[in-house]
Structure formats: structure tokens, C-alpha cells
Design a protein. Structure first.
Length: 459
């Protein structure tokens, strides 16, 4: 058994200075979903470990390489020792985060007649970090370049980048892999996918006619060459996780709400008025890459954010149009709420509920008399602390029992997930609908939670 130096030196540097990301795995640890998982489960440091037997791993790999090349050289052995040793806890987190998406990737690859083990490519390229980018212009879990993304139908603009969407980018990546395989053959296509076609061509020229990924990848430029041993190692560790005592962390779905913007708003103003950390907002919505959130766009916010958004939607719009020099005042200044008048309401009761005067309500809404009609939306100005107090005091509406109605199978349906539900069980309720159809339509992995709403697509 040989303990190499290439990737272990990186691992040693990471253990000394974890705060400085050294690669995809470290960038994943900095994301909000990973931070949330580690906050709940803890992040026990691996202080001692028994080095894995790389002689045994070399023999095992021979049985896994029938459909897709798999080999072990010194660098691959280093990667196995690193990810199965000092970085074992983070490898378990990575495998847990990837697990909900595995069936979707397998289905896409199988339909395209490609090896299903290509599902491990995003683990090596981006560590399943949806927000991942590189200095070479790559982005998303599959690290697609702009030309490749556009060629295969993804939208990439100054506000929207669908390379960061797991479902859409997987579909594009699979089509890309089909074309690479047709062009280069199965083995060299894998190197082209991991390191880029241009890198493959340069490696072939530098190697003076070498063939196969094992012989070519050492001639690949810079850091991209390290993607190959990372892929080989993670693929091996994932297949033999149970035997090696590697236990993928069970990462549940991140509890979030969704809201829809009315008009275009500045992302900074949205986050500030909503009281959401800007970094968290960006990580929950990796597809939204610009300074402005487009009109009528669905935005994910931390759980409980939807009721707050309903109260603050007007304030967000006002803050979004405020000049930059006045932004700091908006955080502590008055916020404008929208209140929909209900039957039986009167100005006096509304004013008392929100701690304002009837005169102020009339002034803000340009009312001449005391009469108001049900359905009218009143503008009410309150301070930020008062908004938080109102949210705490507002009673939760009692759940309504609505009789189930049969919906024609030709129309989309909404299914509210119940405790114990699985995607396969839900799919069986709707003839002609497959699990991957639900995943694609709702942009979700296999992990679902009670209370979550899923739109069931047409069969």
C-alpha cells in the first residue's frame, strides 16, 4: 500500500486552514445547505483513521470498469486515501447531498444509452455545489461553459443562468456527453467531459500519440488534471461505501418557502427588507445571478418567509427604487405593508391593530371618508421592529378541510406531500406519471418533506 503526496499535500493544507477553500469539496462546505446540515448534525473532525488498502482498491476497480474506464495510479491512490481518511466526514456529507439527485441522473443517462456511473462526474467537478463557478467560465454542478450551455438549450443571461439548475443542467450535460462520445469514443469522451475537449486535444499532442484516459490525463493543463483522480476515487468510494464504513449523511430537504416577484426588484433590497442574509438568498436561488430579480420570478426564501413577503412586498419595491445613498436608512426606516380589507373591517379597528391613527390611514391611502370596501388593499406604514412583532403575534389560520375532488388526468394537479410519502408512491397515484417526471417538473431531488406542494405534470 502506497501513501502518495499529490492530493495528501492539499488535504494537509486544508486541515491547517479550513477557512480557505482549496477545491470543489471545500466550496461545497461553504454553501448554505451544507452549513445547515452541519449545524444540525455537527461536523466531527477526523482525528485518526486507518489508511485504506489501495492494493485492494486497485483489484476492486477492475470489476467496476466494464462500462466506463476506472483505473488507479499514484494520484488516484492519494485521492482514495484523502477522501476515505482525513476528509472522510466531508465525503460522507457530499454523498448525502448527492443522493437525492442520483435517480434523476441515472434515468437521464440510461435514456441516452450512456454509462450510469457518469452520475459521479458532478461530485468531482463541483462537489454538487449548484453555485459553483471557475476562472475558466464554467458554472453549475456540471461545470458547463457558456457556449456549451447555450448550444444545448440553457438560458444564460446577466440575470438568469440555468447552468445552476440541477435538473436543466443535467439534461444539457447528458446531451453534451452523447456528442462527446460520438466524437471521441467512450474513454476519451470522459476526459473531455472532465477537463474539456481543448484540454483533451492538447494532451494528445503533448503525449505524442498516447491513448486512453489513464495515459492522457497527466498531460492536461493545471488543476483540471486533478479532476480525473478525484472522479476515480469518489466513484470507488461511493460503490464500496458500506464495505469501507463510509456512511453518507442523510440530508433532508431544506425547508423553504417560495414567493413570486411582481416587478423587477434589486436583489440587495429584497434581501435587506426581508431580513435575509444576501449570501443565503443567492445560495437558495443559484439560477438568479444578476443584481436584479426579474419580474414574475419565483424566489426561494427561508421557511416562514412567504407571510413576511406578503406584508413587505410594497416596501421591497420602494426600497428597490431608492438611490444607493439612501439604502442604509431604509433598514431602520418605516416599511409599507399591504392590508386587504375583510368584510366587517373598519378604519378604527385596523388602525388600532397596527398601532397607527385613523388620520394616518386616510392620508396614506388618500381616503376622504371613513368608509372602506372589502377587498380594498390599504397601505400601512410601520417600523421594521413593529413588522417583526406583528409576525409573532399574528395567529396561524386553522387548517381547512377541503373535500378531495377528482381532477381530469389531462390537467396539472397539485399534491401536498404527507408524512411517509415517497416520490415513487406519489407517482403510482397518477397513471402514466413517472418519478423523474415529477422531479423534472418541480426541480426537486428524491428528498421531499410533509407539507411540500408538488405539481403533478400531465402524463
Amino acid at each position: 500500500m502506497r501513501v502518495g503526496t499529490t492530493l495528501l499535500s492539499i488535504g494537509a493544507a486544508v486541515m491547517v486552514a479550513v477557512a480557505q477553500p482549496e477545491g470543489p469539496l471545500d466550496s461545497l462546505l461553504a454553501t448554505w445547505p451544507a452549513r445547515e446540515a452541519l449545524a444540525q448534525l455537527g461536523d466531527p473532525k477526523v482525528v485518526s483513521w486507518i489508511p485504506l488498502d489501495t492494493t485492494l482498491s486497485r483489484a476492486r476497480m477492475k470489476s467496476l470498469g466494464a462500462d466506463l474506464p476506472l483505473f488507479q495510479d499514484d494520484a488516484v491512490a492519494d485521492a482514495i486515501l484523502l477522501f476515505g481518511g482525513p476528509r472522510r466526514n466531508h465525503t460522507e456529507l457530499l454523498l448525502g447531498i448527492a443522493a437525492p439527485w442520483m435517480s434523476l441522473m441515472e434515468a437521464e443517462l440510461r435514456e441516452a444509452d450512456l454509462p450510469t456511473d457518469l452520475k459521479f462526474v458532478p461530485l468531482a467537478l463541483s462537489a454538487m455545489n449548484l453555485s459553483a463557478t471557475s476562472v475558466h467560465g464554467e458554472a453549475g454542478p456540471w461545470m458547463l461553459t457558456w457556449p456549451v450551455a447555450v448550444r444545448y438549450g440553457l438560458q444564460v443571461t446577466d440575470t438568469i443562468d440555468q447552468r445552476h439548475d440541477m435538473v436543466l443542467s443535467t439534461t444539457a450535460a447528458v446531451k453534451y456527453m452523447q456528442d462527446l462520445t460520438a466524437r471521441f469514443g467512450k474513454e476519451e469522451a470522459l476526459l473531455a467531459l472532465l477537463c474539456g475537449p481543448a484540454n483533451l486535444m492538447r494532451a494528445k499532442a503533448r503525449s505524442h500519440g498516447a491513448r486512453g484516459i489513464a495515459a492522457l490525463y497527466p498531460y492536461v493543463d493545471g488543476a483540471e488534471s486533478e479532476r480525473v483522480p478525484a472522479f476515480m476515487a469518489l466513484r470507488y468510494l461511493a460503490h464500496y461505501a458500506e464495505v469501507l464504513g463510509i456512511r453518507p449523511v442523510e440530508v433532508g430537504p431544506v425547508p423553504t418557502d417560495t414567493v413570486r416577484t411582481r416587478g423587477p426588484v434589486r436583489a440587495e433590497a429584497f434581501a435587506r427588507v426581508m431580513g435575509i442574509d444576501a449570501r443565503t438568498l443567492a445560495e437558495l436561488n443559484p439560477v438568479l445571478v444578476g443584481a436584479t430579480l426579474p419580474a414574475h420570478t419565483v424566489v426561494r426564501v427561508p421557511s416562514g418567509g412567504a407571510p413576511r413577503y406578503a406584508l413587505l412586498v410594497d416596501s421591497i419595491a420602494r426600497a428597490s427604487t431608492t438611490v444607493a445613498s439612501g439604502d442604509t436608512a431604509m433598514a431602520s426606516g418605516p416599511l409599507t405593508l399591504g392590508y386587504t380589507v375583510e368584510p366587517g373591517d373598519n378604519l378604527g379597528a385596523i388602525a388600532e391593530e397596527y398601532g397607527v391613527s385613523v388620520a394616518e390611514l386616510k392620508e396614506w391611502n388618500e381616503l376622504e371618508g371613513d368608509g372602506i370596501r372589502a377587498g380594498t388593499v390599504l397601505r400601512i406604514r410601520v417600523s421594521a421592529p413593529d413588522v417583526e412583532a406583528l409576525e409573532r403575534e399574528k395567529p396561524k389560520p386553522a387548517p381547512k378541510t377541503v373535500p378531495k375532488k377528482k381532477v381530469p388526468p389531462t390537467r396539472s394537479r397539485i399534491y401536498v406531500v404527507k408524512k411517509g410519502d415517497t416520490l415513487s408512491g406519489i407517482a403510482k397515484r397518477y397513471p402514466g406519471v413517472r418519478v423523474k417526471d415529477i422531479m423534472r417538473h418541480n426541480h426537486v431531488g428524491e428528498n421531499i418533506r410533509a407539507g411540500q406542494k408538488l405539481e403533478i405534470p400531465k402524463p
